[in-house]
Design a protein around this ligand. Sequence first.
Ligand code: ATP
Length: 129
Amino acid sequence: MPMDSKDKQKPEFHRFVKSFSFATEGLIHAIKRERNLQIHLVISVFVVGLSFYLNITKMEWSIIIILIGGMLSLELMNTAMERVVDLVTKEYHPLAKAAKDVAAAAVLVFALISVVVGIIIFSGYITSL
Ligand SMILES: Nc1ncnc2c1ncn2[C@@H]1O[C@H](COP(=O)(O)OP(=O)(O)OP(=O)(O)O)[C@@H](O)[C@H]1O
């Protein structure tokens, strides 16, 4: 039976939906097991609530959303790095330590920058309350 253009697109779309569901599985796995990610999610909810309360501008919302998304994405990459290192070795290894510590440092750098930007955005609103 000849395939029309809709049929050809089907496997592509199926693969797209599947990869989306694998990504969702990864997200659920990390949220269930990673305490730091849970803490970041709670802080994110608080920041979004504060942003609504203070009625921040569209530009400020954009920055806050990029920071929250970046922070959560980095946490997920850090979790992935931890899993790969644990898969490679259960023994103490200086390279395993370096890999985990550098990944954690990436999260720390972004978290510190997010705090500084958060202070810049919110301090003006809070002092004028
Ligand atoms: N195989 C290893 N060899 C050497 N050092 C390791 C190894 N596994 C972990 N470490 C060290 O211990 C620290 C904590 O490791 P762990 O796997 O508990 O990660 P974590 O950052 O505590 O993760 P979580 O966010 O899940 O609590 C790492 O940052 C690293 O310095």
